[in-house]
Design a protein around this ligand. Structure first.
Ligand code: SF4
Length: 55
C-alpha cells in the first residue's frame, strides 16, 4: 500500500521536502512513486490542501 495524491493538489511543493524516501515527483499534479513509498504518512500531514491520502 502507498499514499496517493489526488487532483486537489495545487503543486505547491510542500510535500517533496518532507518525504524521507524521495518518492514524490513534480508535475502539474505531483505524483508518488508507488514502489518507493513506505506509507509513512508524513506527506499527508504536511499537505495544506489535504490532497494526499492513503490508498
Ligand atoms: Fe513519502 Fe511517506 Fe508520503 Fe510515502 S507516505 S510519499 S514515503 S512521505
Amino acid at each position: 500500500m502507498a499514499h496517493k495524491i489526488s487532483d486537489e493538489c495545487v503543486a505547491c511543493g510542500t510535500c517533496i521536502s518532507e518525504c524521507p524516501v524521495e518518492a514524490i515527483s513534480e508535475g502539474d499534479i505531483y505524483k508518488i512513486d508507488q514502489d518507493k513509498c513506505v506509507d509513512c504518512g508524513t506527506c499527508a500531514d504536511a499537505c495544506p490542501t489535504g490532497a494526499i491520502k492513503p490508498e
